[in-house]
Design a protein around this ligand. Structure first.
Ligand code: RBF
Length: 174
């Protein structure tokens, strides 16, 4: 991939695809039905691996902005989705870029899943009491579900990315 214009167009197409994929969202655990899985972050993670962390974050930003305007209208949910995407993407991509081999790549996925699960548990402990107007003690009951949701969501994304990354990269080599 040589030309900047080609890269900008690719980021645009990947953002549009990610927005479309976000419409497929569905809850994983009934206990925390407000947490929904969708595979859209895979597009941002792919871009992070192929182009760099900033491009990945740009896709997260665009897809969340478009999804907010087209469907959700819930700024809290959108902000949480973005925070989760960034907390996973940055450690995972930066570790991979440090040493580009399969073992380091897998360590990156594991660290990313641990970081996002920890960060989102903390953020949810602050946000959920205000969002659902419940006490902190009640929110604590959700803690294992929130940690589990993020661990599962980003493990699935890691797996998909790990399986298709090389094939997608090849498209851009020519
Ligand atoms: N998305 C995540 O990937 N991880 C989270 O921990 C997370 N926490 C959320 C907390 C609240 C209160 C809300 C409203 C949403 C949260 N989301 C989270 C985003 C949610 O799963 C979904 O993507 C958005 O609400 C868009 O429909």
């Amino acid at each position: 991939m040589k030309k900047t214009t080609t890269k900008i167009a690719t980021i645009g197409i990947m953002s549009a695809l990610a927005t479309g994929l976000m419409f497929l969202e569905f809850p994983i655990f009934p206990a925390v039905g407000f947490l929904k899985y969708d595979p859209s972050d895979v597009l941002a993670i792919l871009a992070g691996f192929i182009f760099g962390p900033v491009d990945g974050v740009i896709i997260l930003l665009i897809k969340n902005l478009l999804f907010y305007l087209l469907k959700s209208g819930d700024i809290v949910g959108i902000a949480m989705n973005f925070a989760a995407g960034v907390s996973y993407l940055l450690p995972t991509v930066l570790i991979y870029r440090w040493r580009k081999n399969r073992v380091v790549e897998i360590i990156g996925y594991i660290v990313g899943v641990i970081v996002v699960s920890g960060v989102m548990v903390l953020l949810n402990m602050i946000v959920v009491p205000k969002y659902w107007k419940i006490s902190f003690e009640e929110t604590l009951k959700f803690l294992p579900w929130i940690a589990g949701f993020n661990a599962i969501k980003f493990s699935i994304d890691s797996l998909i990315n790990g399986l298709i990354r090389k094939r997608i990269e090849k498209i851009f080599e020519s």
